[in-house]
Structure formats: structure tokens, C-alpha cells
Design a protein around this ligand. Structure first.
Ligand code: DC
Length: 221
């Protein structure tokens, strides 16, 4: 039987990771946080790497190897054998990731890495282009959305939970800027796949979103 792939796309701070972990647990499969892959590249190569020439980026990326283990919220994504940790979870690194994510050479490298994980594992895969570009044949596709204010508020609470500095107004500006870049880049922009179910989560709590996803998967099985 082919692997089961469920895709969850949507803008920054909409709660994709939380839902992907929970849904993956429900289905007994790993979840793949593809934002963490872009973030880890940006983090490793550092600020300004998005201005490097293609050949240099390509040769650096050749040394990047991603592995995945575990199920549900216990899924572990590692880069070259080292678990990717919370150091990448700042809005600053999110913006760096958005910058490297505009580069065709980076997208093409990660497309291969993501699709090969999808060949090895059933996945709940979350990101920006899972349903449109990486897993266009996935049987279950979701697009989560919410207002910028709501997403900034959620990110604010998340950062507070991790004891990281957070300023709500600054987060709103950063998220809106990142949205704009992610939605308007030339390659694989953020958008809902034609056959995705869109869930506006602005006025829903986590349980309601989770139930909408589980219902979507069951209705379409
Ligand atoms: O989901 P996130 O905030 O961790 O993603 C960080 C950035 O990575 C996001 O602003 C754009 C980029 N990204 C992408 O272009 N495609 C993906 N599938 C996932 C993330």
C-alpha cells in the first residue's frame, strides 16, 4: 500500500505544527515540519546566505542530510544526525527562512529531501507548498488560515511559553511581512491547493480545528 500523506499548509503562526502533531498522533504516523527544514538551512548558513551565488549554496546544501523518526508529537527531525532544536524558533530565524525559501536552489534541494521522506514514511506534512508542489497527489489536503492579529497573538503566547522575548505589535508587523513574501515569491508561493479543504481557524479553538481535520480525513477515506 502507498504511504498515507496528509498535507497541512498555511501562513505563519496559524497553528499548523500543533495540528500536524495531533493529527499524526491520531493516525499513528510521523509529522514533518518542513518550515524547520528551511529554518535549519537559514540558521546553519547564517544571515546573508540568501545572497550567495547558486553554486556556493548548492555545494553547502550537498552536506545537509535530514532524517525523521518517531510518531505524532514525538516525531524527531534531525539534520546530519543532530536533533533540530528550539534555537530555530524565533521570528528572526523565521524571516531568514522565508528569505532562503525564495531561492529555487534551496526549494529544489528540499523538494527532493521532502519527497524522499514521503516515500519512506506515511506523513502529516506541514508547510507552505505541501499540497500544491511537494505532494500534489496526497489524498487529504488542508489549508489553515487565520487573521494576522490572531496569529500574532498565538505566536506571542508560544514564545512566552518558551521563555523567549516577545512583543505583540512587532510580531504583527513581522508576520505580515513574512506572509507577503511567502505569498508573492515566484517559486511555490503559499496558496491553497485547488483540492484542499480550507479551515478558517480565527474563531476556533484547537479542539475544533482538530475535529475539523479528523472529520476531513474520515470523510475522504
Ligand atoms: O512554518 P515556519 O514558520 O516554520 O516556516 C518558516 C519559513 O519557511 C516560512 O516563512 C517560509 C518557509 N517555508 C516555505 O517556504 N515552504 C515550506 N513548505 C515551509 C516553510
Amino acid at each position: 500500500m502507498p504511504n498515507l500523506i496528509v498535507t497541512i499548509d498555511g501562513p505563519a503562526g496559524v497553528g499548523k505544527s500543533t495540528m500536524a502533531k495531533q493529527l499524526a498522533r491520531e493516525l499513528g504516523i510521523p509529522y514533518l515540519d518542513t518550515g524547520a527544514m528551511f529554518r535549519s538551512i537559514a540558521w546553519k548558513l547564517g544571515e546573508g546566505s540568501w545572497d550567495w551565488d547558486e553554486a556556493r549554496l548548492e555545494s553547502e546544501l550537498a552536506a545537509f542530510d535530514y532524517t525523521l523518526s518517531g510518531i505524532g508529537e514525538d516525531s524527531i527531525l534531525s539534520l546530519n544526525g543532530v536533533v533540530i532544536g528550539d534555537e530555530i524558533r524565533t521570528e528572526e530565524v523565521g524571516m531568514w527562512a522565508s528569505n532562503v525559501a525564495t531561492l529555487p536552489v534551496v526549494r529544489s534541494f528540499l523538494k527532493t529531501a521532502q519527497q524522499s521522506l514521503g516515500e519512506r514514511f506515511s506523513l502529516v506534512a506541514e508547510g507552505r507548498d505541501m499540497g500544491t508542489v511537494i505532494f500534489p497527489d496526497a489524498p487529504h489536503k488542508f489549508f489553515l488560515d487565520a487573521s494576522v492579529d490572531e496569529r500574532a497573538q498565538r505566536r506571542f503566547l508560544q514564545l512566552q511559553d518558551m521563555n523567549k522575548p516577545a512583543d505583540l505589535e512587532e510580531l504583527k508587523t513581522q508576520i505580515a511581512r513574512r506572509d507577503h513574501q511567502d505569498r508573492n515569491r515566484a517559486v511555490a508561493p503559499l496558496k491553497a491547493a485547488d483540492d484542499a479543504t480550507t479551515v478558517d481557524t480565527t474563531d476556533l479553538d484547537k479542539q475544533q480545528v482538530f475535529e475539523a481535520l479528523v472529520k476531513g480525513v474520515k470523510n475522504n477515506s
